[in-house]
Design a binder for this molecule. Sequence first.
Ligand code: G3H
Ligand code: 13P
Ligand code: ZN
Length: 296
Amino acid sequence: MKQELIKALKEKYALGAFNFVNLEMLKAIIEASLETDFPVIASVSEGALKYIGEEETVAMFKSAKKNAKVFLHLDHGKNLDLIKRTVDLGFDSVMIDASSFPFEENVKQTKEVVNYAHNKGVMVEAELGTLAGIEDEVKADKNIYTNPNEAKKFVELTNCDSLAVAIGTSHGAYKFSGESKLNMEVLSEIENLLPNTPLVLHGASSVPQKYVDLLNNFGGNVKGAKGVDEKLLYEACHKHNICKINSDTDLRITFTATIRKYLSENPEVFDLRKYLGAGKEEVKKLLIEKIKLLGK
Ligand code: G3H
Ligand code: 13P
Ligand code: ZN
């Protein structure tokens, strides 16, 4: 996976990293990768691992993947024991997110994970800076942009393979109250100081209005949702060094909206395969478009 990120860095594009919590979402990710013939990252959060089961996640991933170029990544790892377990279980990549701690503690925890993971050939993503909103249990009211000088020092001290930066995105469906904006100046400064480090953008869902409307029109209540403008995502990965773009909210909204519509239009259906299948197919379509936007 590291080689793929370095290639993306050199050729200026990004891999999509999409979260899954069940077989339908995982299959949508794998099939989108196969149909576009493009590598993709399948991410699981600590919460998703608890929901699916750790060994079940790996077994499901390995059997569903077949010959697709899809990588298994731990998203926002915060529990050091759990991170080490995922390394042992055969994940391709792990994220240590100690970004809520002071710089020194973030360095210390990241170094511990890097030592453990590198010994077993697993790459490590770390995070510096704070995204507004909720990152698992940690809630932040304000975005604290990554400090470029600290970023350089952090990568030198920890030897992490990729770095998640805070440049104005946040997790979830409500990222901006007005126009969506990213701080490309901070991004430029970081990449000037760290030209060889693949950078990661979290909270990168574009929250497509089409699916928000579908959700709301079929009984949902997600009003005023706003994501990152696709033009900004395009710029971040084709003009800057963002090589991994994380999206979870878009998949959730698309899946749920499609299922709401399906159940509302087919009240007699109670076969799970029908509505989960419809959700999966729509998520796959969404991902194919995303992969084309971010990829080569
Ligand atoms: O970045 C966080 C992801 O959206 C995962 O969220 O912890 O609710 O699974 P989760
Ligand atoms: P979104 O909430 O924008 O989909 O971000 C997901 C994410 O960053 C997962 O790590
Ligand atoms: Zn994230």
